[in-house]
Design a protein. Structure first.
Length: 483
């Protein structure tokens, strides 16, 4: 139980005071009516008691209107406890039951004010009773005999004290129970309010979920339509690129063939040699045609890869002959530049599962780029065997690639902008096609580069036979200098 002094319960007083004041009003009215009816004129004490009762009712009602419940309860309790004692002024001490009604004020104090208030009201009532017993002349009464005074005083004292103690105990427990009930009710109200808020939040969440579902379905429908449109456009683009590339190759081959015949075998056109100016122009026509044919081949490969029509003819192929061929190609590409060519692989490289034509295409793209952007230093081709794959690399000491550009060099039509790259034009498709070809083989491709110091491009191919035993220790690659 909660102690009474912690927080007095005003709800009980607010419930009990209105009917109690109404009852006191009726009692005061009834008392005045009886006194006037019997024309009581012995003394004015009964009129004063009735007037005091009316004053108590008025004061309690005014305090109740102002919501001063404790003060209103105190006024009513003291009025009920003390006014009946003054009835001895008219009715005497003996054969007068009215003083015993003061116990009602003690009970009212416990209910309206607090458990401790019942003891205070009882004490004050006993003090007033003692004054009336020992000084009855104050109310116009004669002193009682000792036996009668003790009998009346003890009976009143026992009644008031007993009622005060019982009221204190009862009020203590009643108010504790009320406090617990109010706390429980408050918790219930808070939980109910929280439940309502939670329910409102849940309903709002459900509405938002429905709205999101509707929006998601709408966006899914739009996405499906956009995807279908994109796939249609993608197929149309791939088909257009493949068709145009194929159609452009035929006239280009004719241009390259005739220009090559006119430059390499001018005798087929008669005994008169062609002027040097004509030969220079024809050589430029042949070079430009071959360059354009290479671009068209790259675009055709790109279209085939995107359309999923590029098929690989995978076989167990040795890498050493292809790498040696690339070294010879690089030697021809470097021509008379002061660039050293290095062979960084051994002759016992394990075979790989790959399409030889496409592997040669990847290597040719990497070697061509290395030779194109390296004017001094060295170009190296190397390979090493690992547990499940073979790592192949092409290294150069050319212009290098900045860190910010390394993430996009494998994208379509991407070229690193610099003074050196502008001197060597291209489509930016070689590395992207190489990446796709390596991916189709189940390998991976990456690079390491420092701007101004050179680049190294790596790619892997799966080995044809992977031993279940531990892989052999890696040996340092053989470095061979090719003059």
């Amino acid at each position: 139980m909660h102690p009474t002094r912690a927080l007095p319960d005003e709800s009980l007083a607010s419930e009990l005071l209105p009917p109690l004041l109404l009852a006191l009003t009726m009692l005061a009215t009834f008392t005045f009516g009886i006194l006037l009816l019997v024309r009581y004129r012995a003394d004015i004490w009964l009129y004063l008691i009735a007037a005091g009762l009316v004053l108590v009712v008025w004061a309690g009602a005014e305090l109740l209107r102002r919501r001063r419940l404790r003060a209103a309860g105190a006024v009513v309790s003291y009025g009920l406890a003390l006014l009946p004692l003054f009835s001895v002024a008219s009715l005497g001490f003996i054969s007068n039951p009215v003083p015993y009604l003061s116990a009602l004020g003690v009970v009212a104090a416990g209910l309206l004010v607090g458990s401790a208030a019942s003891l205070r009201v009882a004490l004050h009532a006993l003090l007033v009773l003692a004054v009336l017993l020992f000084a009855p002349g104050l109310v116009g009464q004669a002193r009682l005999a000792l036996e009668l005074m003790l009998g009346f005083g003890l009976s009143m004292a026992l009644l008031i004290i007993g009622v005060g103690v019982l009221s204190w105990v009862a009020a203590h427990h009643v108010r504790g129970t009320i406090a617990w009930a109010l706390e429980t009710a408050g918790k219930s109200e808070r939980r109910e309010a929280q439940l309502w808020h939670t329910q409102a939040d849940l309903e709002r969440t459900l509405r938002e979920r429905d709205q999101l579902n509707d929006r998601l379905m709408h966006q899914s429908a739009e996405l499906a339509a956009a995807r279908a449109s994109a796939e249609t456009a993608y197929r149309s683009k791939a088909s257009f690129m493949a068709t145009m590339s194929h159609e452009l190759r035929t006239p280009l081959n004719i241009i390259i063939g005739f220009s090559s015949a006119m430059v390499d075998h001018p005798e087929v056109y008669g005994d008169t040699p062609l002027p040097p100016a004509f030969l220079g122009d024809l050589s430029e026509i042949r070079r430009s045609g071959q360059h354009l044919l290479g671009l068209i081949n790259d675009i055709l490969d790109l279209a085939r890869v995107e359309a999923g029509r590029l098929e690989l003819n995978k076989i167990a192929m040795p890498l050493s002959p292809v790498l040696d061929e690339m070294l010879r190609t690089a030697q021809g590409l470097l021509k008379d530049r002061p660039v050293l060519l290095r062979r960084e692989f051994q002759g016992n490289i394990p075979t790989v599962i790959a399409d030889e034509v496409r592997v040669r295409q990847v290597l040719l793209n990497l070697v061509s780029n290395a030779c194109k952007f390296t004017n001094v230093g060295e170009v190296a081709i190397g390979a090493r065997a690992e547990a499940c794959e073979v790592v192949i690399w092409v290294r150069d000491t050319g212009i290098g690639i900045a860190d910010a550009d390394q993430s996009r060099v494998f994208n379509q039509f991407e070229q690193v902008e610099s003074a050196d790259t502008r001197q060597h034009t291209g489509t930016g498709l070689g590395l992207s096609i190489s990446r796709w070809l390596v991916d189709l083989h189940g390998g991976r491709i990456w690079l390491k580069s420092d701007l101004g110091k050179g680049s190294t491009f790596y790619f892997t191919l799966p080995r044809s036979q992977v031993s279940a035993e531990a892989p052999p220790k890696a040996h340092a690659p053989t470095l061979a200098l090719i003059e």
